[in-house]
Design a protein around this ligand. Structure first.
Ligand code: BV8
Length: 241
């Protein structure tokens, strides 16, 4: 498999919550703990949940934002920064909203599902980078007074068209596609690896478990945590100077 990857010049990577697991961020489907134990993420990450109880949904995102602020990128994030600097055509597509790829130094990042670090007006859709955190419930838009909401894509919401088109093109046009730390359950991101394989790319799936992962021609599985497997793979297939 390595021979086919060695020195490939166009690489696309898709990451999911698993790449941040070794930074101490629970994955999306890890059972929520503490006061969140009684909720399922799919129930909270929806426009209906925010309409029903904006204070509850906003405090879930505030808790996650505070958790991410205490976390650091790990060796898996850093290996992708090194890879970006070693191949001429590189695209990193992430489903994650924790911003750890950019904090690690990745530049060409497509945030398919938005970012915890930003908010947007629930009426005007204008993006907001900073806000005064109220004691209770979401802050309000300084321009129109409507509630601010997290700048993420909820279940049932369409993905930003430009980001999705760029991600689909990067899956179609690459020689190698790495799928790292995702259960591949959430569409339309979940189809990207198989679109790459159908277009002729070598696909490498990196995950400690291969439950639910597809097999097939040109699809290779590397079983293990991203923080260990990714640095080894990058150094073997795209050795540094
Ligand atoms: C849409 C932001 C049009 C919010 C998220 C087609 C078929 C079926 C369903 C649908 C479909 N089209 C649309 C849907 C509905 C829905 C969907 O896919 N539902 C699923 C549950 C079936 N999709 C949508 O609604 C999307 N919108 O398509 O609009 C439309 C709308 C309605 C109907 C039709 C069309 C919007 C989806 C975006 C949702 N927002 N996040 C927030 O974060 O709060 S998705 C959320 O799940 C996160 O972003 C997360 O990244 C993502 C995917 O989860 P994973 O990242 O894979 O995380 P998970 O916990 O599942 O897995 C972790 C993996 O890591 C595991 O495999 C584990 O083994 C591994 N791991 C653990 N440790 C490590 C590790 N790997 C490596 N190293 C380790 N150390």
């Amino acid at each position: 498999m390595l021979a086919r990857l060695r020195n490939a010049r166009s690489v696309t990577v898709l990451t999911g919550a698993g790449i941040s697991a070794e930074s101490g961020i629970p994955t999306f489907r890890d059972a929520l703990t503490g006061l969140w134990a009684r909720y399922r993420p799919e129930e909270l990450a929806t426009p209906e949940a925010f309409a029903r109880d904006p204070a509850l949904v906003w405090s879930w995102y505030r808790m996650r934002r505070e958790m991410v602020a205490r976390a650091e990128p790990n060796a898996g994030h850093r290996a992708l920064v090194a890879l970006e600097r070693r191949v001429p055509w590189f695209t990193l597509i992430t489903q994650n909203v924790d911003g750890l790829h950019r904090r690690a130094g990745s530049e060409r990042v497509i945030e398919l599902h938005g970012s915890l670090g930003r908010a947007r007006c629930s009426r005007e859709d204008t993006r907001v980078e900073t806000w005064d955190e109220p004691e209770q419930g979401p802050p309000r838009c300084r321009a129109c007074g409507a509630l601010l909401r997290p700048d993420v894509v909820w279940f049932g919401e369409v993905l930003p068209a430009e980001a999705l088109q760029a991600a689909e093109a990067a899956a179609r046009d690459c020689e190698v596609f790495l799928s790292v730390g995702t259960s591949n359950l959430v569409e339309p991101a979940a189809s990207l690896p198989w679109r790459a394989a159908a277009a002729g790319a070598e696909v490498v799936v990196i995950n400690p478990t291969m439950d639910g992962q597809r097999a097939g021609a040109r699809i290779h599985h590397l079983v293990g945590p991203a923080g260990q497997v990714l640095p080894q793979l990058v150094e073997s297939a795209w050795p540094g100077p």
